[in-house]
Design a protein around this ligand. Structure first.
Ligand code: SAH
Length: 216
């Protein structure tokens, strides 16, 4: 068996034992997770753990999210093939790659210069030309490219940033972990219905903090 066959086998096992068993059933999401080689988004010293049921460090105190959480958030975003999507918190670029398999165009914003460079390198493969990595403070969203059909935030906010709500298209979904401490976070889905914003709680989660420029 080649190394790449071995990774394919590990990825299929990950989908079965970590993602489908916990209830993610959207076939497009499962196909996206099967397509993206997660081992290319982790540090070379951690390749052996790439398909483990856990987040992994990517430097600067940040992490690549647990595979199940990436799949769950992608399913919660209810993406369609012609959607325009914004991700806040690029990290390794793995989540953006998954969103890129599900939507027409993806913008992803990261505040750490080093991680922007890392994610760009991970996404340099021709398949991700429609995934744009932008350096900046994601709490402001990306007004130039708004509105978005979905916005996925991969770091925990103390309050949902108003700018992100403003940048949702009609019918758009905002998936965001909200909470003050790492032990007290809830994943929220907001949906814009004209002027009305509907809220749903999707479950307890644990993410690194969303840091606005004024906090640092
Ligand atoms: N989606 C990533 C996981 C990233 S962890 C992946 O698949 O690897 C969360 C990321 O959010 C970190 O890289 C952190 O630097 C970034 N972050 C935190 N606050 C931010 C902000 N205000 N704007 C942009 N990125 C932010």
């Amino acid at each position: 068996m080649t190394e790449s066959d071995e990774f394919d086998r590990e990825r299929q096992a990950m989908i079965r034992t970590q993602i489908v068993t916990r209830g993610v059933r959207d076939e497009r999401v499962l196909a996206a997770v099967e397509r993206v080689p997660r081992h290319r988004f982790v540090e070379t010293t951690m390749v052996d753990q790439a398909y483990d049921d856990t987040p992994l460090p990517i430097g600067l105190g940040q992490t690549i999210s647990q595979p199940y959480m990436v799949a769950f958030m992608a399913e919660a975003a209810e993406l369609e093939a012609d959607d325009r999507v914004l991700e806040i918190g690029t990290g390794s670029g793995y989540g953006a790659a998954i969103l890129g398999c599900l939507a027409d165009e993806v913008w992803t914003v990261e505040r750490h210069h080093e991680l922007v460079a890392l994610a760009k390198a991970h996404l340099a493969d021709g398949a991700f030309g429609h995934v744009h990595v932008i350096e900046g403070d994601g709490t402001k969203g990306l007004p130039d490219q708004a509105p978005f059909d979905a916005i996925v935030v991969t770091a925990a906010a103390r309050h949902v940033p108003e700018a992100l709500i403003d940048q949702l298209a009609d019918g758009g979904r905002l998936i965001v972990p909200v909470g003050r401490s790492s032990r007290d976070q809830m994943l929220i889905r907001l949906r814009r219905c004209g002027e009305r914003i509907d809220w749903e709680e999707l479950g307890a989660v644990r993410f690194v903090p969303l840091v606005a420029d004024k906090d640092s």
